[in-house]
Design a protein around this ligand. Structure first.
Ligand code: FRU
Length: 502
């Protein structure tokens, strides 16, 4: 991997995922493809490996697999911490922050003003610009550019709207404790005018943070665009703590109108399981999408952690990885509008690997079958289960032969789960050991899984990515077995392919 990845030897450092060299990170910020590279900025504590001193760290990658860490992009100072936000390429220099020769990249971030600053207690939106492709940044002299006098107004995601209503910049941000998304428009990124608000709706079991809004073709039809509103919330996720929900609907340039709203106003806990979640696992938060991704692809990255225990996970000197980059599409499934996700790149092909373990159709019956020759700690496993009489079946990864991380399906309950109670270290926080689940339906009487295992994580994409679950695990380096299992009867396994990096 990259030089930054090779510098430490701790056993949990991911092989396929980005983590900072020796500092803390949380939310992805300012995701943009620019100058032939994917740029990943992120909430970073440049001085330690717990949350604090919030600044924007920076890494770039040609391929979403190999990342190079750069110096801090936008640093906190005595007046402000630099909270989450986004970056746009201001092609026509609408902001005036470029020069005659160079159009600027403009970062729109939240200034969390500190005690002693003129705006103490306020969160407001500010600008910084870069004329060298995103490596060095200058804060705008007249910051903040959008101040509502609120202490919970943050996480601006800005995009260029081109549609029936015109052509202008749109910002989606949150009033976090009001469970509200607020939408603004601007001609120049400096002057902002309120368009509308959205919410509270659906999940409101925690404050709303890090929104995103983007169009996607429905069922691949570019003539039929729908808009997806992402709202991350913390806590209040379907399995506890941080998670991201989404709404699908229409956006007319001013107002988002959901077609998938279950609850208007604050949440009725009875409906929690009916809301639509970007990921049902415990560790996929603050996910937002890239600006200007090639070929109009909608690519997202989430922070692979959960505020319940984020500062306590047992890694050092770094803390928290990012998820793999995912490509998002929109499908009609049983009359419902659903996102489907898959890992954005063929990581095995990028790494020059091909499947090295394949298994012919295999029947398992009330047993745990360790796959000889399949052991590894960094793997991509794809397989299909066809239920027989078993009440539960699945896969065990990072196993020591007995204990491991269980990815199982309970067909009668219509649930898929990750059981990490015996996954490895868990005592660092009382809420970490858990069994977490999501609704799942068979397709053609089968369950198809694509599972990415890394040194401290599992990411499960089930049924063509219609259900995803992402969780951290902290196994022993010697727990490398892969097993299939069935409880109380039979199941069959087909199309098993396994590629391994380590
Ligand atoms: C989400 C969040 C954002 C905020 C940032 C601060 O995880 O709380 O709302 O901008 O983290 O680091």
């Amino acid at each position: 991997m990259t030089a930054s990845t090779a510098m430490t030897t701790d056993s949990f450092r991911p092989a396929l995922h980005y983590a900072a060299r020796d500092t803390w990170l949380n939310d992805p910020n300012g995701l943009i493809h620019h100058g032939g590279l994917y740029h990943l900025y992120y909430q970073n504590n440049p001085l330690g490996n717990v949350w604090g001193n919030m600044s924007w760290g920076h890494a770039s990658s040609p391929d979403l697999l190999n990342w190079t860490e750069h110096p801090v992009a936008i640093a906190c100072d005595e007046d402000e911490e630099i909270f989450s936000g986004s970056i746009v390429f201001d092609r026509n220099n609408t902001s005036g922050l470029g020069t005659n020769e160079t159009a600027p990249l403009v970062a729109i971030y939240t200034s969390a003003f500190k005690e002693g600053s003129a705006h103490h207690g306020v969160q407001a939106q500010s600008l910084a610009s870069s004329l060298d492709g995103g490596y060095t940044w200058t804060k705008y002299a007249n910051n903040p550019v959008l101040n509502r006098g609120s202490s919970e107004f943050r996480d601006p995601k800005v995009f260029r709207y081109e549609g029936a209503a015109g052509s202008y910049w749109v910002m989606v941000a949150v009033e976090a404790t009001d469970f509200q998304v607020v939408l603004y428009k601007s001609e120049n990124l400096r002057d902002w005018e309120l368009l509308s608000t959205f919410g509270p709706a659906n999940a409101t079991g925690g404050i709303w943070e890090c929104p995103d809004l983007f169009p996607l073709p429905l069922d691949g039809d570019p003539e039929n665009l729908k808009w997806v509103l992402i709202v991350n919330l913390n806590p209040g996720g379907p399995n506890g703590g941080s998670a991201g929900q989404y709404f699908v609907g229409d956006f007319d340039g001013a107002t988002f109108t959901p077609a998938t709203m279950v609850t208007e106003g604050v949440q009725d806990p009875a409906h929690l399981g009916e809301y639509q979640w970007l990921d049902w696992g415990r560790d996929y938060y603050a996910a937002v999408s890239f600006s200007d991704a090639p070929d109009n692809r909608r690519l997202m990255i989430g922070w692979m952690n959960n505020w319940q225990y984020a500062n306590d996970i047992p890694t050092a000197p770094w803390r928290s990885p990012m998820s793999l980059a995912r490509e998002i599409s929109l499908q009609t499934v049983d009359g419902k509008l659903r996102l489907a996700q898959h890992v954005a790149e063929d990581l095995a092909a990028l790494s020059g690997l091909s499947p090295e373990f394949e298994l012919a159709e295999t029947n398992i019956s009330d047993q745990t079958l360790v796959l000889e020759g399949a052991a590894g700690s960094v793997q991509h496993i794809t397989l299909t289960f066809t239920p027989g009489t078993a009440e539960e079946f699945g896969l065990v990864v990072r196993s020591d032969g007995t204990l491991g991380t269980r990815i199982g399906i309970h067909p009668a309950e219509g649930r898929i789960f990750i059981d990490r109670r015996d996954s490895g270290l868990s005592e660092f926080h009382e809420s970490f050991a858990s069994i977490d689940s999501a609704p799942i339906l068979p397709i053609d009487n089968a369950y198809e899984l694509s599972v990415y295992v890394d040194h401290c994580s599992v990411e499960v994409f089930a049924q063509g990515g219609l259900v995803t679950m992402t969780e951290l695990i902290f196994p022993s380096i010697t727990s490398t077995d892969v097993a299939l299992y069935a409880v109380g009867g039979t199941a069959s396994v087909g199309d098993l392919n396994l590629t391994r990096w380590a």
